[in-house]
Every structure is written in structure tokens, then in C-alpha cells.
Unconditional design. Structure first.
Length: 155
């Protein structure tokens, strides 16, 4: 089907995408759920994205910014910007890596305390997100994400 040449064909194509597009739905879910976590973590001056990065750093310590980007499927520049902010806030320490061009990132004592403070806020956000999605919806999202994660070869 050659779509988009007439107004009717454009509307038909738009309805097809609006009704079936996985990317659209994932982005809508992402913005909605991320907003819940961002609102919860805001009193600590932290975003949900930064918390996710802190989780990776805590689990893989020390870790290169490139590895953080790879694990989270994020742009390296976004990771670098956030690591710079977290370092300025004293949440992480940055040390030389194996080569002159690499760095390693670890949680600082302040970062570990912040992470501990964030847990009750995260739990509240988690409960709100689960309530919005419903238990079966939350379980489905975790199942799909875990399957994708395994297929990509991550632990």
C-alpha cells in the first residue's frame, strides 16, 4: 500500500501507527513511569535516571562510564554528563582507568548514603507504578524486560 499521498491514506496510516506502534507505547509508559520515580526522588535532588546509573555503579564497581552506557543502552554523552553532575555532587568518585583515556567510577560514601536515603522513596514510587500498571501489568513488563535483557546477553 502506498500510504500518505491523500489525506485519507495519511489518516489510515496514522491510525495504523497510533493503534499498533510498540515504540509509541513504550515511550508513553516510559514518560509516565519515569515521572512517578522522578517526583519521588526530587527531594533528594536526584532523577530516576541518575538512580539507575547509581545502581549500575554500585553493582559493577568500579565501572567505566562506557560500560554504564552499554548496560543501560544510553548515549555515552548522556552518561558522561550525569557522571560529571554526580561527581560534582560528591555521589561518585572518578579514578583513572586502565589506560590514559579511560576512567572508573565508584560510589562515594556520600553516594552510598544518598542511595540508602533514596530506597524508601523508590519503594513508594514502585508501589505507585505497580498500582497504576496493575500487578499483572507490572509483572508482564518485568518479564518482557528480563527476556530482552537475556537475549542481549546481560546479567
Amino acid at each position: 500500500m502506498k500510504s500518505g499521498t491523500t489525506q485519507s491514506e495519511t489518516l489510515q496510516a496514522a491510525n495504523l501507527v497510533a493503534g499498533k506502534c510498540l515504540a509509541t507505547r513504550v515511550r508513553l509508559l516510559n514518560r509516565t513511569i519515569t515521572g512517578i520515580y522522578d517526583d519521588a526522588l526530587r527531594p533528594l535532588g536526584m532523577t530516576s535516571g541518575q538512580m539507575t546509573m547509581l545502581v549500575v555503579i554500585a553493582r559493577q564497581r568500579p565501572v567505566s562510564p562506557g560500560r554504564v552506557a552499554s548496560v543501560l543502552k544510553m548515549e555515552k554523552s548522556t552518561v558522561s554528563r550525569n557522571i560529571d553532575r554526580m561527581h560534582s555532587n560528591g555521589w561518585v568518585t572518578v579514578s583513572p582507568g586502565e589506560t590514559d583515556r579511560t576512567q572508573c567510577v565508584s560510589l562515594s560514601a556520600k553516594g552510598r548514603r544518598l542511595f540508602a536515603k533514596s530506597l524508601p522513596l523508590w519503594e513508594t514510587a514502585q508501589a505507585q507504578a505497580e498500582s497504576l500498571l496493575g500487578k499483572s501489568g507490572a509483572k508482564s513488563i518485568c518479564g518482557v524486560a528480563n527476556n530482552v535483557w537475556e537475549r542481549l546477553g546481560h546479567d
